[in-house]
Design a protein around this ligand. Structure first.
Ligand code: BDR
Ligand code: CA
Length: 303
């Protein structure tokens, strides 16, 4: 039986691969969108078109258009003006429902046993949902966030994008009384995927696989120019894969605090491995081959 999951995302090229992976290997109950890589007016239609790529008709709801207390920072430099690297996609066959993402998350949590929330954009919607209805956490099995890092950042030297965009929201989520797994840059930077895997995905599925390969290729110029890498990190897809098979990651229970008042360090996730009040299962290692094979299998079984 595949795990039931609600995906909160800001597509985003790696969000896109995460959605395709999840649609192939998890029981996707709902998709909610948040502002992040692109404004909400872009991430919501992007999510709708991605569901069409997977032939999925699951409830989709738009959420927060801005972080809890800050102005929005976007990432068009990585994901392109449209958030999806100008990859050609089918028209959306799914319309967002007339409810807020926080309401949809609450409804799905109430009606689904063992729900995992996969939060791969700024954590604004999930934090807002918990604030709106603190008992919600009793209905969630686990929250898996792609956010933060045990060290290093991709927006500033110390802050990862999702944590940087809405550090207050991430702090609320990490400190909620619910199991949380943090999949950060320290592992996603290691689990890179290149042309060989893109070609394998195309062979595995001549519909969804073509899209997945196109998203990987669209990320490539940015990472090749900035990092000199010939393979790209699929941050959000790694977080999704870790729900399919948690053995992909090695985690360690740690105290994680998010810097919300820093002059130079906003969004840094300060991880204390030896604290006696741990709040997060932090990914500290990744089996890269295992990740790639879960990705290929999931895309291969997608519709
Ligand atoms: C995270 O930031 C976004 O740009 C990606 O989609 C991912 O969720 C990586 O730092
Ligand atoms: Ca994302």
């Amino acid at each position: 039986m595949s795990r039931p999951v609600a995906i909160d995302c800001d597509p985003g090229l790696d969000d896109a691969v995460a959605m395709l992976l999840a649609c192939g290997a998890l029981d996707v109950k709902a998709v909610t969108t948040v502002a992040g890589n692109a404004p909400l007016e872009q991430t919501t239609p992007n999510a709708a078109r991605l569901l069409s790529c997977c032939n999925r008709d699951v409830p989709l709801a738009a959420g927060m258009a801005a972080p809890l207390v800050r102005d929005l920072t976007t990432a068009e430099d990585v994901h392109g003006e449209d958030g999806l690297g100008a990859v050609e996609l089918p028209d959306a066959s799914v319309e967002p429902i007339d409810r807020h993402a926080t309401e949809l998350l609450a409804d799905v949590a109430r009606t689904t046993d063992d729900l995992v929330i996969l939060s791969v954009g700024p954590q604004t919607n999930v934090a807002a949902a918990i604030r709106r209805d603190p008992e919600l956490i009793d209905d969630i099995d686990r929250i898996v966030v792609m956010a933060g890092s045990t060290q290093g950042g991709n927006v500033t030297p110390v802050a990862e994008f999702n944590a940087y965009v809405d550090p207050e929201a991430l702090s609320i989520v990490l400190n909620a009384d619910v199991p949380v797994t943090m999949v950060g840059l320290n592992v996603t930077w290691t689990a890179r995927v290149g042309e060989e895997t893109a070609a394998e995905l195309e062979r595995a599925n001549d519909s969804v696989g073509q899209y997945a390969a196109a998203f990987i290729r669209a990320l490539s110029p940015f990472h090749s120019a900035r990092d000199g890498w010939d393979a790209v990190p699929l941050h959000d897809a790694l977080a999704a894969a870790a729900i399919v098979d948690p053995n992909i990651l090695t985690t360690r229970s740690m105290r994680v605090d998010v810097e919300t008042r820093g002059e130079y360090t906003t969004g840094a996730t300060v991880c204390h491995p030896d604290a006696d009040d741990p709040n997060v299962d932090v990914a500290i290692d990744v089996d890269v081959d295992h990740f790639r094979s879960v990705l290929v299998d999931a895309i291969g079984s997608g519709r």
